[in-house]
Design a protein around this ligand. Structure first.
Ligand SMILES: [Zn+2]
Length: 132
């Protein structure tokens, strides 16, 4: 795998652009992803529940940042827990809300890199597992 290409596509997804054509916007609104790209027509998610990967990316980023921030702040300034706890809980909630679309865009890029983001016209006629 070409890591530079993969990182580029992840950043395209994080910018909320279609990973296939890099022009179409994936989101219209704060939380709803379009079904297909308005420019090239690829379908972003084919199955229900595919967005769970974006949720996982979002939670990992939020937890790494808030736990890292807590540890660094504690080591440098040692503020009281009465300040630290509400601050990092609020940070966590706000970050998760603001980063949701970007994490989901990155997940669409992961799906694109694994070959599951393509136009409906190129969809296989029968699933490969139906050969019995
Ligand atoms: Zn596109």
């Amino acid at each position: 795998m070409n890591w530079g290409y993969a990182i580029h596509k992840l950043l395209v997804g994080a910018r909320l652009r279609c990973p296939n054509c890099e022009q179409g916007k994936m989101f219209h609104g704060l939380f709803s992803i379009d079904k297909t790209c308005p420019v090239c027509g690829v379908r972003y998610e084919r199955l229900d529940g595919e967005s769970i990967g974006g949720t996982l990316i979002n939670l990992v980023f939020a937890e790494v940042l808030s736990m890292g921030g807590y540890i660094i702040t504690q080591a440098l300034f040692a503020p009281p827990l009465a300040f630290q706890l509400p601050f990092w809980v609020a940070f966590n909630i706000i970050f998760i809300l603001l980063f949701y679309r970007h994490a989901r865009g990155m997940w669409v890029s992961v799906a694109y890199l694994s070959g599951s983001v393509y136009p409906d016209s190129e969809a296989p006629k029968e699933p490969a597992s139906k050969t019995q």
